[in-house]
Design a protein around this ligand. Sequence first.
Ligand code: BGC
Length: 723
Amino acid sequence: MKLSGKSARSDALIGRMNLSEKLGQISMLADGLVETGPPGPHNPFNMIVDGRVGSLLNVWGAHLVREAQRKAVEESRLGVPLFFGLDVVHGHKSIHPVPIGEAGSFDRQLWEATARDSAIEAMADGVHMTFAPMIDVARDPRWGRIVETAGEDPLVNAEFGRARVRGYQAPDAQGLMRLAACAKHFCAYGAVLSGRDYAEADISWRALEEIYLPPFRACVDEGVAAIMPAFVDVAGVAMTAHKRLLRDMLRARWRFDGLIVSDYNAIAELINHGVAADLAEAAALALNAGVDIDMMSDAYFNGLPIALARGLVSMDDVDMAVRRVLNFKEQLGLFDDPYRNMAHKTAKSATSKPLAPERRALSRQAAQSSIVLLKNADGFLPLKAPRMLAVLGPLADSPNDQLGPWASAGAGEDAVTFVAGLRETFAQTDVRYAKGAPFEGRDEVDLEAARKTLAGADAIILCIGESRLMSGEAVSRTRPEVPEGQLELARTALESGAPVILAINSGRPLILPDWLVEGAQAILAAWHAGTEAGPALAQILSGACNPSARLAITWPRVTGQAPIFYGIRPTGRPHDPQNGWSTGFSDAPFDPRWSFGQGLSYTRFTRANLRVDRDTLGLDDLVSVSVDVTNAGVCDGVETVFLFSRDPVAQVTRPMLELHDFTKVALRQGETRTVVFVVKARDLCYLDEDRKPRLDDGAMQFHIGASARPADLDRIDVTIAQG
Ligand code: BGC
């Protein structure tokens, strides 16, 4: 969006506004339908009439939105409409899998489709902006917000972000953007120290340039409407006040002309960061760095008048922020129709309706595409006509928990649980259920009930992991493990001798004990897969759906391996289990439990004929890297193919693998297809010590295959020769 330009309507309004009305436009306040930060002292509804607020968050639905909007346009002096924001992160009413799960579908079309559906639902509820996509590259499972990300890889986050922006912002019937996207959190929030939420991110410029900034650049190029700075400081500079990154990089170099919306209370928190003495200084720092909207901290409203008096900010800069907000409202069509697109034409008709069947179908497809099969010993799955199934665990029949954190307006009563899904799918089977253990603590562990339920079962489906409250914002965990009470239940299940299918529900990679991984017959990462998680899992277990998801994030074996990811740099003493003087750990293996990209299918794929169409490349050349993929197994299936590169000799140490592209290929049993990736030599450049892109003559490796695990990759080399 281009928001800084002149507009007759905006300029006329600015001309008529007093200071308080101007500051109102650039203040966003929260109502309390959901709590996403410390409650403020305000009652925002009462402030609308005074022009004291320009946008609201955490309010949706015809009744509330209409009433708030009516006050703004009919009762405030200038009648400027409000806009409404909400965290529509993985669905609005129809909830799709949490992003860390859906990222593992590696399906750009799906990422876009689920965003478009969320936009349709949210828009009908009066929402104009979603605080999504969240594209913080994250590599530490201790960090609770890893659940909201597309995982550890910059390219995956970039592609996920692009698809989400396209989906949310797709035009409606009038050609207007449905839901404005706000990419967050700019930047490096995923690098917080020890995975501790809100902590500092003390990272190098190289990490910023190579890992944390590219997803944001991609969203800006895709036309994202807004950006939210992160709560954190990067190398000592608080992001909410980061002139170099916000003004010089985002605005000037990348030409981003949309809105910059602060995070919740983040401007006032500059005082806690120790970079502002009072609210006036905090407000001045944020405004001067380019932040247009103050979310929830009152710093603009109460601090800017003082900052103006002290000469810390200029009225021109205030006016520019106001202009952007007004132009945004104008471009959304809110001046022409403040109630645009709301499904309910009157406040009274705001009854909740059943979810549209096509939205449910998409949620189910998304869940099926996100549940990762990690182990399937002896081809135990799919289940073959079981007579009796025992379902155990606190996540088996907990509709709210399967929706996961940040579930927007998702309602538990719309969700179909695993128990319900299994009963529907295995209609001829006796499906029994006992919870057996609570999420946390041991008080309600009931192993007797579990033993009774599993007696005589052909298989046990063990649904354990995290409740929705165990991941998300401010839920960092030093031990991202399955809690002890649930492990007792798991031991009981394994001791019974019946085959155990472990369905892990979580918002992060969980640490699993070796005995559980070895003892389970099959293991699936089911994440928090949303409204239709139950039927989706049941259909995977029955074989009606052949799993195709992969991990978008490495799963460690022990917490002490974190942060852990595939794109590490080589050391002078590469890991060698036979050599005590090599990199690694003395008390744990070096390799993860499961690598980025891992995930099984009920069929088997082979690769052959890896080739390039040229073996020498200049800087402006393109090269095609091709491989034939065959479905050599027992049923139809979908394979994901990753293309990595490695620069073995450069001026600086380069990562062991860098992802360049990925694709999915659907193959019938016995079918072969050629997968072709086209790579620009220029994209193989790295930044030298002067931060200039550079490519050295010599060998360049391509690694192509099913995951980042060395055993899953084939290699072919080309020569860079720039003449
Ligand atoms: C979170 C943001 C979110 C905002 C509004 C903050 O606490 O960090 O991601 O968009 O609240 O709910």
